[in-house]
Design a binder for this molecule. Structure first.
Ligand code: GLY
Length: 280
């Protein structure tokens, strides 16, 4: 059993020691809860469970605490990939739900598995998700004072379960101050991808992650025989010509886990089958 979770990027200068410790505690707490959950659940359910807990923490930019776009609205994106069935589902720019990842979960049973904008929001309400504002006081102040948020980031989780199955889930509140309609990487196969060999969740600048086809490239390279570490090395090298800003976490069927970042610093915690590691 392996679980890795991430809470996105932050700028060291934007963060007090107190926030750092709070993030560390939140990540370890979510990791512990997810380990317990994984004992009786599969990789897909556990990746959704962990991501929903990350969405519920205002310390991260997903669900509660999501960043606000140019027009004052919050639009969130989330996706799940089941490495066994090869099914991908997601919501792009959904509004007014607490947990976008649960809407993505509902979509797993549909023929139309990726919904965007108004269609995604309408689908959630039709399915009984209650209206919920994920806006926090902190994000509102940043929006009103036009202060860029450098302290919170996209969240995600990758899991290898006891039956050797893999899954990835990712959720984001976007970049902040973006043009309404901008599409994040998180609900694309660049930001979230898995198959029976490897599962990857990304964070960073969506445009760079999509340009680098990050998650898909790492998974494909592992599938074609690369060691996980080498798949990361080559894929991150390819971000360099355009100074791509990205980070990723991954787990393989053989139990290998890895993370990397193009710039400091991704916030991350993992369980490698024996012990926990936390990096904030
Ligand atoms: N990685 C999140 C975003 O760029 O929207």
């Amino acid at each position: 059993m392996r679980i890795l979770i991430h809470g996105g990027f932050f700028s060291e200068s934007s963060q007090s020691n107190e926030t750092k410790l709070l993030k560390q505690k939140a990540l370890l707490d979510i990791l512990e809860k997810s380990k317990v959950y994984l004992k009786n659940n599969n990789a897909v359910s556990t990746s959704i469970f962990a991501t929903s807990l990350l969405e519920d923490s205002p310390l991260f930019n997903a669900g509660i605490g999501s960043q606000i776009q140019q027009d004052g609205k919050i639009r969130m994106s989330a996706a799940i990939m089941d490495g066994t069935s090869h099914k991908f589902s997601g919501v792009i720019n959904i509004e007014n739900v607490q947990n976008p990842i649960f809407v993505a979960q509902k979509l797993m049973r549909e023929d139309d598995r990726v919904l965007g904008g108004e269609g995604a929001t309408k689908y959630a309400f039709k399915e009984g998700f209650p209206l919920f504002s994920t806006e926090t006081k902190e994000r509102k102040i940043e929006y009103l004072t036009k202060k860029e948020n450098l302290g919170t980031g996209t969240v995600g989780c990758v899991v290898l379960d006891q039956n050797g199955k893999l899954a990835a889930a990712t959720s984001t509140g976007g970049k902040g101050f973006e043009i309404p309609g901008r599409v994040s990487d998180s609900a694309t196969i660049a930001g979230n991808y898995a198959n029976e060999h490897c599962a990857v969740s990304c964070t960073g600048v969506g445009e760079d992650i999509v340009s680098g086809a990050l998650a898909t490239k790492i998974v494909t390279r592992v599938t074609d025989g690369y060691a996980l570490k080498d798949a990361f090395k080559k894929t991150f090298e390819e971000l360099k010509p355009y100074d791509g800003f990205a980070g990723a976490i991954a787990v393989c069927k053989n139990g290998d886990v890895f993370f990397s970042e193009s710039h400091p610093k991704i916030v991350y915690a993992s369980f490698d089958g024996e012990s926990n590691t936390v990096f904030t």
